[in-house]
Ligand binder design. Structure first.
Ligand code: HEM
Ligand SMILES: *[C@@H]1O[C@H](CO)[C@@H](O)[C@H](O)[C@H]1NC(C)=O
Ligand SMILES: *[C@@H]1O[C@H](CO)[C@@H](O)[C@H](O)[C@H]1NC(C)=O
Ligand SMILES: *[C@@H]1O[C@H](CO)[C@@H](O)[C@H](O)[C@H]1NC(C)=O
Ligand SMILES: *[C@@H]1O[C@H](CO)[C@@H](O)[C@H](O)[C@H]1NC(C)=O
Ligand SMILES: *[C@@H]1O[C@H](CO)[C@@H](O)[C@H](O)[C@H]1NC(C)=O
Ligand SMILES: *[C@@H]1O[C@H](CO)[C@@H](O)[C@H](O)[C@H]1NC(C)=O
Ligand SMILES: *[C@@H]1O[C@H](CO)[C@@H](O)[C@H](O)[C@H]1NC(C)=O
Ligand SMILES: *[C@@H]1O[C@H](CO)[C@@H](O)[C@H](O)[C@H]1NC(C)=O
Length: 382
């Protein structure tokens, strides 16, 4: 008798906690990896939006003033979200993206093309990759940070609200200015990493005469990989991180260097503004022509390493021959769709499934036709 009413009481408490969790579920919270039970309760509370049209390339694609008086920098307000990407953080702090850090994929593509002259296929590929695994496919919103803790880990509802900071689906290890997820805070700017002996500033001094250039990028990337191998027992450098790590090493050169500057090298003052303050340098002009991951292979070439991970604690880095690498680009695409997205959405229904199909198509539209990748349809077609 006692046991039975106790059980009933527990059920009621659980239901109340669950409901309050669910009521609080924000429209930008990622639905990735949630159980069917969680989805059943959360989905009716969200108003669904048809995915926006994918923006095409810029009409005028030369350099121009980006830090203008319509886009003043503002400090973050309480509740504003920022995350692991200095590029997107800066766009939000200048109002090129919503200042609260929640945006649609179309807003992100427009902003990175307009402000940094990111080439349209790169912008699509990156944005839809991130959106598929970290965004809310029903509301068409993505948080540029996230991993907000909603309730305790024992809560029957979702423990965290995913966004770009979610580890291992897009965000990854051995970043230049962010610590590995294993060490805790993976998405905030880390001044020690930025400064410290053998890190961003020090490497720029040693290999670039005080400027971050392609030589520095290769040295620093190699050092960060070696450091993760030696200190992070969970270090994972397989696809997709393998690709994004090299791409992010060249982004400061391709996007943070002023488009009027003929030499692709970034000063520490300007780097600090972007990475730490999320701010354009005064008079910042975007790149002079559309650009994506240019230089990526130059970062890789001096210290080639196979994708792999620490399989049994620190210093046990072992190549993973099943991971995509630079020679198997289409495998990056198919693995991302079938393994990464597939494990997060094993059995999507209704509008979730429809929007997944549409966004997978948008993701594929970011692949250069010359790669000859065959489009796949794991959830069928609409
Ligand atoms: C197009 C959409 C974009 C998305 C979805 C995106 C997302 C991300 C994410 C999730 C990370 C964290 C990866 C990690 O270090 O674990 C990251 C890092 C980074 N992003 Fe972005 N990004 C985008 C565009 C850009 C642009 C336009 C720039 C430059 C203007 C940029 C510059 C960087 C840099 C430099 C890093 C490396 C930070 C570090 O290693 O400390 N990103 N981005
Ligand atoms: C930039 O715009 C010009 C003029 O419209 C066009 O010819 C050129 O192909 C564009 N460049 C890229 C890389 O899209
Ligand atoms: C995107 O831009 C590239 C050049 O930067 C161009 O070759 C390509 O046709 C553009 N894609 C679309 C869909 O317009
Ligand atoms: C910053 O990075 C250093 C070096 O990896 C690490 O010891 C420190 O704990 C990190 N700080 C934070 C706040 O994550
Ligand atoms: C990653 O960073 C987020 C944001 O700072 C933090 O909440 C989270 O605990 C970190 N680590 C893990 C393992 O999720
Ligand atoms: C980083 O370097 C700056 C400038 O040299 C210095 O003011 C700051 O104290 C350093 N911070 C850390 C955490 O090393
Ligand atoms: C980077 O700067 C250093 C020092 O000035 C120089 O020796 C090196 O050639 C530069 N690297 C590139 C790729 O320009
Ligand atoms: C810093 O950025 C500004 C604005 O983009 C640029 O004009 C200036 O040349 C940059 N400084 C250095 C030393 O590269
Ligand atoms: C794609 O196919 C074309 C025509 O068959 C071929 O010339 C090209 O080398 C292929 N590209 C890649 C990346 O395999």
């Amino acid at each position: 008798m006692f046991t039975k009413s106790f059980a009933t009481l527990l059920t009621i408490i659980t239901a109340i906690v669950y409901l309050s969790t669910v009521t609080a579920f924000p429209a930008y919270g990622s639905l990735a990896g949630l159980s069917q039970r969680e989805l059943d309760v959360i989905l009716p509370t969200l108003s669904s939006t048809k995915p926006g049209t994918t923006p095409g390339p810029l009409k005028y694609n030369g350099t121009k003033l980006i830090y203008d008086k319509d886009h003043e920098w503002q400090p973050t307000k309480s509740g504003d979200i920022r995350g692991p990407c200095p590029g997107l953080n800066t766009l939000a702090s200048h109002g090129y993206l919503p200042r609260n850090g929640v945006a649609t994929p179309a807003q992100i593509i427009n902003a990175v093309q307009e402000c940094f002259n990111m080439e349209n296929l790169t912008a699509r590929f990156l944005t839809y990759a991130a959106f598929l695994v970290d965004g809310n496919l029903v509301t068409d919103l993505l948080s540029i940070g996230g991993k907000t803790k909603l309730t305790g880990p024992d809560s029957p509802g979702p423990a965290t609200i995913g966004g770009l900071s979610t580890h291992a689906v897009f965000e990854g290890d051995s970043s230049m200015t962010r610590a590995d997820d294993f060490f805790g805070d993976n998405s905030s700017f880390n001044q020690t990493l930025f400064n410290q002996t053998q890190k961003f500033v020090d490497f720029s001094n040693r290999f670039g005469d005080g400027l971050y250039n392609l030589t520095v990028a290769a040295e620093l990337r190699n050092q960060r990989i070696k450091e993760s191998i030696a200190t992070n027992p969970k270090f994972d450098f397989t696809s997709p991180r393998f690709f994004t790590a090299y791409a992010e090493s060249v982004f400061p050169l391709n996007f943070f260097v002023d488009g009027r500057n003929p030499v692709r090298a970034l000063s520490m003052d300007n780097a600090t503004l972007f990475f730490r303050d999320m701010k354009f340098p005064v008079d910042f002009h975007r790149a002079a022509a559309p650009i994506g991951g240019k230089g990526l292979r130059d970062v890789f070439a001096p210290y080639p390493i196979k994708p792999g991970k620490n399989i049994n604690g620190i210093n046990t880095y072992t190549p993973d021959p099943t991971s995509a690498d630079f020679d198997t680009f289409c495998l990056l695409y198919t693995d991302f769709v079938t393994k990464t997205v597939g494990s997060l959405y094993p059995n999507p229904q209704g509008v979730l499934r429809t929007n997944l199909i549409i966004n997978l198509r948008n993701f594929y539209s970011g692949i250069d036709a010359d790669e000859n990748c065959t489009e796949i349809f794991p959830y069928g077609k609409v």
